[in-house]
Design a protein around this ligand. Structure first.
Ligand code: MF3
Ligand code: CO
Ligand code: CO
Length: 268
């Protein structure tokens, strides 16, 4: 048993053992949907059709979409193609051979939010896109490895930043991870860059996402006129992976792990 009900630290909610069960169930549905959507990604497919299939699965598995109706957003997923950094809106544009895309899904099950995203490819993956996807995936995992009580959020950001920049890629500053649980977005902002030992201390029972966006070019982004779609200013390729996790006694519980080990790569 950890903490007492309603306990927070630095404004971050400290959850109980039973809450981990709720997050595991919600996260498992998100992961299953992301596993099953892989076969629907191919050249000629539209992102709107991918989102329609996700919408169907969200209902089929007894969950509701956290994004439909969120700040006016109307879709069950964000689908971000090539130089789109995040919050790409599904539509009737067809995927082309070699396009890379992030699919981001958040479901609600029994009041708990499961938020995760992965990279996919339509057709044949280029060498440079493959490298970007591999480094981005590994950067997320380096961040998760820094999660344990006594470390700080700055340690997570530092692990991600040093890894990505060590491979001459850049970390997006304009978007970050977030606390979650029985709400979609809660404190703290989880930065994907930073200095060791800075920021709030990690404590058992904290739930949050880590979701680094890594660019082949410069880190700057801009949001298009639709008020959602964020793109790289220099039009360079961008990739992202996201897990929802909980801090345990000695590490992290990853709530959105793929049941079939498909989190990465999804294109084999
Ligand atoms: N799932 C996104 C995240 O990781 C948020 C999407 S909000 C939406 O936080 F409205 F754009 F769907
Ligand atoms: Co998120
Ligand atoms: Co997300």
């Amino acid at each position: 048993m950890i903490g007492k009900a309603g306990h927070t630290r630095d404004g971050i909610k400290i959850h109980q053992d039973v809450d981990f069960d709720g997050m595991r169930k919600a996260g498992a549905v998100t992961a299953r949907i992301l596993d099953e959507i892989a076969e629907h990604v191919f050249p000629g497919q539209t992102t709107g059709e991918i989102d329609r299939i996700i919408t169907e699965k969200v209902a089929e598995y007894g969950t509701t979409s956290a994004t439909i109706g969120y700040k006016g957003y109307e879709h069950a997923s964000c689908i971000s193609v090539n130089h789109v950094v995040c919050h790409g809106i599904p539509g009737d544009k067809k995927l082309k051979d070699g396009d890379i895309l992030n699919i981001d899904v958040t479901v609600i099950l029994d009041g708990w939010f499961g938020d995760s995203s992965r990279m996919y490819v339509a057709g044949k993956l280029s060498r440079k896109a493959e490298r970007l996807i591999q480094i981005t995936h590994d950067a997320l995992m380096k961040g998760i490895e820094a999660v344990k009580p006594g470390n700080t959020f700055g340690d997570i950001g530092h692990a991600i930043q040093t890894f990505a920049e060590g491979h001459r890629m850049s970390v997006v500053r304009d978007f970050c991870g977030h606390g979650l649980g029985q709400v979609f977005h809660a404190p703290p902002n989880v930065l994907h860059y930073g200095r060791p030992g800075t920021g709030p201390m990690l404590e058992e029972g904290m739930f949050f996402t880590i979701e680094p966006m890594i660019n082949l070019g410069r880190p700057e982004t801009k949001v298009l006129a639709d008020d959602w779609t964020a793109v790289t200013r220099d039009k360079s390729l961008s990739a992202q992976f996201e897990h929802s996790i909980g801090v345990t006694r000695n590490g992290a519980d990853i709530f959105t792990l793929s049941p079939t080990g498909k989190f990465h790569p999804t294109y084999e």
